[in-house]
Design a protein around this ligand. Structure first.
Ligand code: FAD
Length: 309
């Protein structure tokens, strides 16, 4: 089977979630990549070195620079004439592109796979991760998104793929890029950080979030996350949200501060290796998944913890 993986890249680097998608693709068969964008020479060369990669299709052009699904999907559909499965990381951009590819190919999408059981059978979470479905595809072309935390990352070195230029129709004029507001941070990226410190509604406002959660994260070299309640209340931006409708994380250590542990939050972090919960309510559901629990008022225990680290 020939697979085609869409490569998400930024600043000339292949993003980690793509490496997990490559591992998933390698369980299905031959791995080909699609690198699309503007000035992609270096990233295509880097992608060719990823272990297990046979070929890199490089689509150069301003039309592909912003990963607009309206522009990328027709390119993928053309390449799918010679591939059996299309895989994309289940990131915001991957989840934007894959459904459009599936619609254009008139096949179903298999979303957020957790494992490859055989050439046509996969597992994927349903009911916010409370049940795992085993799904079998009968489509001749498969369109799959891959949960990055469920697969090891393919090594960035060790491959000897061939880079081949491809051209597509370019910009069909269906959408245009206006602007991106990117929050800049010195901290590690939330989905790939080894440690995550997340705050919840209990922080009460953004000033408390900054003065209590961020110093602890900085001491630990951790990324900062949040519950949806904290995001909805405006304490932090939307891209901090962990959970069913936020980001899925599985760090070595996840520290939940003033978060109750609603099922939708757990869906985004319960695969973390060690979960630490700080909550003043000893009956809070978060303690049911926590490896280490501290019952106390976060306004006193977190600054104390930060001081002692
Ligand atoms: P609360 O549930 O209000 O919990 C606050 C906690 O702080 C309590 O346990 C309390 O005991 C504790 N506390 C209060 N004061 C202190 C103190 N001084 N010191 C220590 N502890 C204290 N939620 C997500 O997080 N992510 C999602 O992706 C998400 N998606 C959703 C999708 C849908 C369709 C729906 C319906 C909901 C979703 N939610 C999501 C919302 C979710 O159901 C919860 O409402 C939310 O997670 C609650 O956030 P919280 O734990 O911060 O707040």
């Amino acid at each position: 089977m020939k697979t085609l993986v869409w490569v998400e890249h930024e600043g000339g680097t292949v993003k980690d979630a793509t490496l997990a998608a490559v591992t998933a693709a390698s369980r299905l068969g031959e791995v080909h990549l699609l690198v699309a964008g503007e000035g992609i020479g270096a990233v295509a060369a880097a992608a060719a070195k990823i272990a297990g990669v046979g070929k890199v299709h490089a689509a150069e052009g301003a039309a592909y620079g912003r990963a607009l699904p309206e522009n990328i999907a027709p390119l993928v559909v053309d390449l799918m004439a010679d591939h059996d499965a299309f895989l994309a990381p289940a990131t915001a951009n991957g989840k934007n592109i894959a459904p459009r590819v599936a619609a254009l190919l008139d096949v179903m999408q298999i979303s957020e796979i957790l494992s490859v059981e055989s050439a046509d059978t996969f597992t994927r979470p349903i009911y916010a991760g409370n049940a795992i479905a085993t799904v079998r595809s009968s489509d001749t072309k498969m369109v799959i998104t891959v949960r990055g935390t469920a697969f090891d990352k393919a090594p960035r070195e060790g491959g000897a793929g061939v880079v081949e230029a491809v051209s597509g129709a370019g910009d069909p004029g269906l959408s245009s890029f206006i602007a991106a507001e990117i929050s800049k941070s010195e901290r590690p990226e939330l989905t790939s950080a080894k440690i995550v410190v997340s705050g919840g509604r209990a922080l009460q406002n953004s000033e408390n979030f900054q003065s209590i959660i961020e110093p602890l994260a900085d001491k630990l070299g951790a990324a900062v996350g949040a519950s949806r309640a904290a995001v909805d209340a405006g304490y932090v931006p939307n891209d901090y949200q962990v959970g069913q409708t936020g980001k899925i994380v599985a760090p070595e250590i996840y520290i939940a501060v003033g978060i109750s542990g609603a099922i939708q939050h757990l869906a985004g972090m319960k695969d973390s290796k060690t979960i630490v919960a700080i909550n003043k309510d000893e009956d809070a559901p978060i303690f049911q998944v926590a490896d280490i629990g501290l019952v106390g008022d976060l306004f006193s225990v977190v600054p104390e913890l930060t001081r002692r680290l």
